[in-house]
Design a protein around this ligand. Structure first.
Ligand SMILES: [Zn+2]
Length: 380
C-alpha cells in the first residue's frame, strides 16, 4: 500500500448534486451559492454542483455558481450522452463527471443493453468531452457490483482516451471497508496511471468507513456531502471524512474544519433535514458529558474523554447534570453559575438532581439547578 501521507487527497463535495438529489430536498439558488462559498472558503478543492441536462433552471444555477469565480473546481454530473455534456459546456464548466452503469445487473435490467453498448457509450461521450478540452471523471455507476475485469477494461479505455480519473461508485452502499479496500487496490494495480475517486453511500452505515478504506487502498479523490446528505441513507459526510483523515489516519486534507458546525447547521436548515444532536463530529451534544467518571476525567484533562478538541469543528464542551452525574461535575457547574457549596451540601444536592432527572427523563437546566440551590431540602 502506498502511504496516504505521500499523496494529495482531493475532496470533491457533492452536497449540491447528490445532496440535493435526496428525495424531497431542494436548495434555492441563494442557498446553493452560500453553500458553495462556504465550502470554497474552508478549502474544499472541488464541488460537484449540478446536472445541467436537467433543464434551463439547473443550467442557469450552475452558470451562476461558475460566475462566482471560486477557487474550487466546479464539476457537473452527466450521463454518457453528448447532449448532457454539451449542456454542461453551455453552463460554463470545464470539468465533467460522465456516468455509466457498469454492473451486469444494471446493464441488463436497467439499461437493457450489453457491455459492448457501454464500451461504445464511453468512447463516444469521452471522445466528445476530451475533444472539447474538458477535465473528465468517468463515473462507474454500481461499480461495487461490477465485474472487476470489466471495470479494469473500461478504465484502460478511459485512460487511453485521456480521462483524468475514474469514479468508483458504491451506488447502493453495500460494501464493507475490507472489500472496498481489496477492490480499489486491485484496480490501482491493474490500471496504475489512472487516478481513482471513491463515491460511497451509507445504506449500511459504512459510507465514511468505505471512503477511508478506498483512500487507504490508493484512491486520491473522495466524494462527500455536508451532514452526509444524499440519496436514501446518504453519502459519506464531509465533516466525518475530513476528521477521520486527520484523527484516525494522520493525514491533513487541507480543509479548515472550524466552520464545520456553521456549515452543517446551514445545510441542515436549507435541506429541511435538521442535524441530530448525536450526529458524529457536528451534533450539538457530541461533546456533552454527564456520567460522573467522564465529567471528572474531562475536567482533569479533556483528552481523557475527547478524541479531539470540540473547538476544532466549532462546538463547545458541555457538562450535563442528570441521573449519572457526580459531585465533581456538579461543583464545577455551580462554580460557573457563581455558587459555592461545601461537600456535604453538594452531595445532598446531587441526590436531588439525580432523582429529578430520573423522574423527568432528562438532565436539569441551569434554571432548575439554581431554583434547587435556593430551596434547601426540608428536613423530613
Ligand atoms: Zn451517489
Amino acid at each position: 500500500m502506498d502511504s496516504m501521507k505521500d499523496r494529495k487527497i482531493i475532496i470533491d463535495d457533492t452536497t449540491l448534486r447528490d445532496g440535493e438529489q435526496t428525495a424531497g430536498v431542494v436548495f434555492s439558488l441563494e442557498e446553493k451559492k452560500r453553500i458553495a462559498r462556504m465550502l470554497d472558503q474552508i478549502g474544499v478543492q472541488e464541488l460537484e454542483c449540478g446536472i445541467p441536462a436537467m433543464g434551463a433552471e439547473e443550467q442557469a444555477s450552475v452558470k451562476a455558481l461558475v460566475d462566482m469565480g471560486l477557487a474550487a473546481r466546479l464539476i457537473t454530473w452527466n450521463r454518457a450522452v453528448v447532449a448532457d455534456i454539451q449542456a454542461s459546456i453551455d453552463a460554463g464548466v470545464t470539468a465533467v463527471d460522465i456516468s455509466l452503469s457498469v454492473s451486469d445487473l444494471h446493464i441488463a435490467h436497467k439499461l437493457r443493453k450489453s457491455r459492448d453498448w457501454v464500451r461504445e457509450q464511453l468512447k463516444v461521450s469521452l471522445g466528445f468531452a476530451k475533444e472539447k478540452g474538458l477535465y473528465v471523471s468517468v463515473g462507474g455507476e454500481d461499480s461495487s457490483r461490477a465485474d472487476l475485469d470489466f471495470l479494469s477494461e473500461l478504465m484502460t479505455i478511459a485512460r487511453g482516451m485521456g480521462a483524468d480519473r475514474f469514479r468508483y461508485c458504491d451506488t447502493l452502499g453495500i460494501l464493507d471497508p475490507f472489500s472496498m479496500y481489496e477492490n480499489i487496490r486491485t484496480l490501482r494495480q491493474r490500471v496504475p496511471d489512472l487516478d481513482i475517486e471513491v463515491h460511497t453511500h451509507n445504506d449500511l452505515g459504512m459510507a465514511t468507513a468505505n471512503a477511508i478504506a478506498g483512500l487507504r487502498a490508493g484512491a486520491t479523490f473522495v466524494n462527500t456531502t455536508v451532514n452526509g446528505l444524499g440519496e436514501r441513507a446518504g453519502n459519506a459526510a464531509l465533516e466525518e471524512v475530513v476528521m477521520a483523515l486527520k484523527h484516525a489516519c494522520g493525514v491533513d486534507p487541507g480543509v479548515d474544519t472550524h466552520r464545520f458546525v456553521e456549515l452543517s447547521r446551514f445545510v441542515g436548515q436549507a435541506s429541511c433535514r435538521p442535524v441530530p444532536e448525536w450526529k458524529a463530529v457536528v451534533g450539538e451534544k457530541v461533546f456533552s458529558h454527564e456520567s460522573g467518571l467522564h465529567a471528572d476525567g474531562v475536567l482533569k484533562n479533556p483528552g481523557n474523554y475527547e478524541g479531539f478538541d470540540p473547538a476544532e469543528v466549532g462546538l463547545a464542551r458541555y457538562l450535563v447534570l442528570g441521573k449519572h452525574s457526580g459531585s465533581h461535575g456538579l461543583l464545577h457547574r455551580l462554580r460557573q453559575l457563581g455558587i459555592e457549596l461545601d461537600r456535604l451540601e453538594a452531595n445532598d444536592l446531587l441526590e436531588r438532581v439525580r432523582s429529578i432527572s430520573q423522574r423527568n427523563k432528562r438532565p436539569l437546566t441551569d434554571q432548575e439547578l439554581l431554583t434547587l440551590c435556593r430551596s434547601p431540602r426540608k428536613v423530613a
